[in-house]
Design a protein around this ligand. Structure first.
Ligand SMILES: Cc1cc2nc3c(=O)[nH]c(=O)nc-3n(C[C@H](O)[C@H](O)[C@H](O)COP(=O)(O)O)c2cc1C
Length: 228
């Protein structure tokens, strides 16, 4: 950074950031009056449109959790499935997020599809799947992903890349020797939503927002539009 792009001078990062475009689009439309009764139907419609438009990693989402210190923590994960039961993702139980979800089984998910200018926010309680379902999720993945799950120690301090690569090779050899081997700590979770917000950007900042809300996990959905 620096030189001709002006990033070397005090205060210029602010200017640079302000010069970057947001909601370049082409943006999508959203009419809350036509929203379906079930939020999962609207979510799948928006996800399909993102996929068809070529949004990269459209099934990537930010998972926010509550840390042991009471503070928030967040990272990007891949969405595994979504249906009327909720939004599914998988974590290593020994990872920071795995421990956080075991301590405080509540979370939020955030999706952003920039080509459409759409954000979806999902909040609720999380529930672990059975060991059999979690194992099936892992077995469906590539050997390298299963080897990574076997490593454990995720987010622990690493002394050298050689240590990582050696452990990875050992884990991969174990998988190749025993194709049914799965990490027992791999855990599929379902986030059962109580709030799902659909946010549609507008170039003039007159954004449209619709939130589905319910008080219990099986209650009927209410919808409310929100001020932008
Ligand atoms: C696009 C993308 C997809 C990812 N998918 C997963 C995933 O499905 N599961 C996972 O455990 N980590 C995934 N990660 C890595 C996590 O963001 C994170 O670095 C890791 O899980 C450690 O998080 P923790 O320290 O909060 O436990 C993904 C990262 C990116 C950028």
């Amino acid at each position: 950074m620096g030189g001709s792009d002006g990033l070397g001078q005090a205060g210029s990062v602010r200017e640079w950031l302000r010069s970057l475009e947001v909601f370049a689009g082409p943006l999508a439309d959203f009419d809350p009056a036509g929203a379906p009764a079930e939020p999962v139907d609207l979510f799948l419609g928006w996800l399909r449109e993102a996929v068809e438009a070529g949004v990269p990693d459209p099934h990537a989402m930010t998972l926010s959790t509550v840390g042991a210190d009471g503070g928030p923590d967040a990272r990007v994960l891949i969405l595994k499935n979504v249906d009327a039961g909720g939004w599914q993702f998988a974590v290593h139980a020994g990872s920071p997020k795995g421990r956080q979800l075991a301590d405080v089984p509540r979370a939020a998910l955030t999706f952003y599809w920039p080509l459409q200018g759409r954000q979806v926010r999902v909040r609720g309680a999380v529930e672990p799947a059975s060991p059999e379902q979690s194992a099936a999720d892992l077995l469906a993945r590539a050997p390298s992903a299963r080897a990574e799950a076997l490593l454990g120690r995720q987010s622990g301090h690493l002394e050298s890349l050689d240590d990582r690569d050696r452990a990875f090779r050992t884990a991969l050899a174990r998988i190749e020797a025993d194709p049914a081997l799965v990490s027992p700590e791999w855990t599929l979770y379902t986030l059962v939503p109580v709030q799902i917000e659909f946010w549609q950007a507008d170039k003039d900042r007159v954004h449209t927002r619709l939130r589905y809300e319910r008080s219990g996990r099986r209650g009927p959905w209410e919808t409310h539009m929100l001020w932008p």
